[in-house]
Design a protein around this ligand. Structure first.
Ligand code: SF4
Length: 310
């Protein structure tokens, strides 16, 4: 399947990128774990370290849309603190495990690629500009929540000039369901103004230029460079951080340390999609509170000592 193209002409009429889900629908997860077995939390238990899940275990079926949405809702409603605790435990554990061999890394990403050759992000957008805005809004928010907020926002303004004209107050009104919405509204209007002043209304395909925009940090820049411009960056969010540490693939105490480790270990041919494979794996399988190890396609490679069983 051809990779989607992104219109970087930010003042052009907004178009829904074909690979993105229809905005008219509630944002359903784009890539459910295709081997994941629906399973209630109560049905899982923590396995002793010596009794890990069989790598060859097959999940009975893909999760249905309702189950996926329910799982997303549960995960989204989990306190940020709970995820932070899980990630801290993962980072602690990551320091103690044996490093992956090059062959193991290739094996893991070969499996991800086989399962989902063209992984997609889950933030609705129509071009590089709307992607940038969506990613800026996604801090401390779920993709589902951001998609709900941007549906109205992008209908009102989908270009930098239209966003500036809309103004901070109106932007805030559209995104008021998101945490930190007042600060985010200011950043969106300010970055739109700067795109017009510095870049002719275009989103620059340059890390330094992106990070110079308000509300744009390294992770946001990496996402935009990867999705909008096809640059093989690896954005480390909370899910990647946890997966990299739990598995031992790229242990690190900080997102940058994990990013550097992943860059060094993942072969170039897998780098473009590595971010999406790992983020979706962390979101739907290697979840913070209760990883779904029986449905995990890399459980035999994973170094996590607290794997769950059916
Ligand atoms: S779900 Fe996570 S912790 Fe469990 S086996 Fe897979 S990668 Fe390891």
């Amino acid at each position: 399947m051809a990779r989607k193209t992104t219109n970087t002409n930010t003042d052009a009429p907004a178009r829904r990128i074909t690979a993105a889900r229809s905005v008219s629908k509630t944002a359903a997860p784009k890539m459910p774990p295709k081997t994941a077995a629906p399973k209630t939390a109560a049905a899982s238990k923590i396995a002793p370290a010596s009794k890990t899940a069989s790598p060859s275990r097959k999940a009975p079926a893909s999760k249905g849309a309702a189950a996926r949405l329910a799982a997303e809702a549960v995960e989204a409603s989990a306190p940020v603190r709970r995820r932070a605790v899980a990630n801290a435990a993962a980072a602690e554990h990551g320091r103690t495990v044996a490093a992956w061999s090059a062959a193991e890394v290739v094996e893991a990403f070969t499996r991800f690629a086989r399962r989902d050759p063209e992984p997609q992000g889950e933030l609705d957008h129509s071009d590089a500009y709307t992607l940038l805005v969506a990613v800026v809004l996604s801090a401390q928010a779920t993709d589902v929540g951001v998609n709900k907020a941007t549906r109205g926002l992008f209908a009102a303004a989908s270009t930098p000039s239209a966003m500036v004209a809309l103004g901070e107050e109106e932007v805030a009104r559209h995104i008021r369901t998101l945490g930190l919405y007042k600060g985010k509204a200011k950043n969106v209007v300010d970055l739109s103004r700067l795109l017009l002043e510095r870049h002719g209304g275009q989103v620059p395909a340059d890390r330094a230029a992106l990070e110079a925009l308000p509300g744009v940090g390294r992770k946001t820049a990496n996402v935009v460079l990867n999705i909008a411009f096809g640059i093989p960056t690896i954005a480390v969010d909370t899910h990647l951080f946890r997966v990299a540490n739990r598995t031992g693939l790229a242990p690190g105490a900080t997102p940058l340390e994990v990013e550097t480790g992943l860059e060094a270990k993942i072969p170039d041919r897998f780098k473009l999609h590595a971010h999406h494979w790992l983020i979706l794996h962390g979101r739907y399988v290697c979840k913070a509170r209760l990883p779904d190890c029986p449905a995990c396609i890399i459980s035999d490679l994973c170094r996590w000592s607290g794997k769950t069983t059916l």
